[in-house]
Design a protein around this ligand. Structure first.
Ligand code: Z5A
Length: 207
């Protein structure tokens, strides 16, 4: 049995993660690899309930530390019920967001210290990190316009203003600078075909 691979997609809102995740799954399938598609926060029935808590706007504020803990609580469930079992069976896992999102949103965006996030990451997933992370990078305003173009009610993050997302984008870019082998920046402001072609090249390296 060949080893399963763990691939994650990251970026600011509207960067194209869900679109690219579906493309990645199809591309792998045409190359003989079946991959499980999942997302964070969520991915299992229980973790999706945590997602609802953290995304639904409400009268009561969620402090940054609580937001971070909810992300890791959902992640611990997701890892135990879906990600680790799939990888152990030799399956590939494509996940829309993972701990880099916590580093970017709760760290860069909300100001939770990196050391706290890294400590929880170690506790929740030990040495398990994605084999490759595609960071879909584009100017925040473009991403927000794309996301808002889809319509629907704004969740708790979508209610944030541009400076918050600018800090998130900066944090993502710093992470990619620090870990250039794992985290690959793809210019997501280009037409989808060009984005897909770069993503295919990243996947090809893993085959
Ligand atoms: N969050 C967190 O704070 N901490 C954590 O640890 C984790 C998450 C795990 C939910 O994430 C929120 O949770 C998220 C961060 C926080 N909030 N924010 N912001 P989510 O992934 O579910 O929600 P999202 O980031 O808002 O994703 P999204 O809005 O669904 O965007 P997307 O998946 O990146 O984009 P998309 O749906 O694929 O594409 C958006 C539109 O653009 C769509 O109409 C596409 O057809 C179009 N598109 C895509 N690519 C292109 C190109 N290249 N050109 C033109 N148009 C395109």
């Amino acid at each position: 049995m060949s080893a399963g691979r763990f691939i994650t997609l990251e970026g600011v809102e509207g960067a194209g993660k869900s679109t690219v995740a579906r493309f990645a799954q199809e591309w792998l399938s045409t190359h003989g690899v079946q991959a499980v598609l999942t997302r964070e926060p969520g991915g299992t029935p229980l973790a999706e309930r945590v997602r609802d808590i953290v995304l639904q706007p409400g009268a009561e504020a969620i402090p940054p530390e609580a937001e971070m803990l909810l992300m890791f609580a959902a992640r611990a469930i997701h890892l135990a019920s879906l990600i680790r079992p799939a990888l152990a069976r030799g399956e590939w896992v494509i996940c829309d967001r993972f701990t880099d999102a916590t580093r970017a949103y709760q760290g860069g965006g909300r100001g939770v210290p990196d050391s706290v996030i890294d400590h929880l990451a170690k506790l929740v997933h030990g040495d398990l990190w994605p084999d490759r992370t595609v960071l879909l990078d584009l100017p925040v305003r473009e991403g927000l316009e794309r996301a808002r173009g889809r319509g629907g009610a704004a969740d708790r993050f979508e209610q944030e203003r541009e400076p918050f997302f600018d800090r998130v984008r900066q944090a993502y870019r710093l992470l990619a600078e620090r870990e250039p082998t794992r985290i690959r920046i793809v210019d997501a402001s280009r037409p989808l075909r060009a984005v897909q072609s770069d993503v295919a090249a990243v996947l090809d390296e893993l085959l």
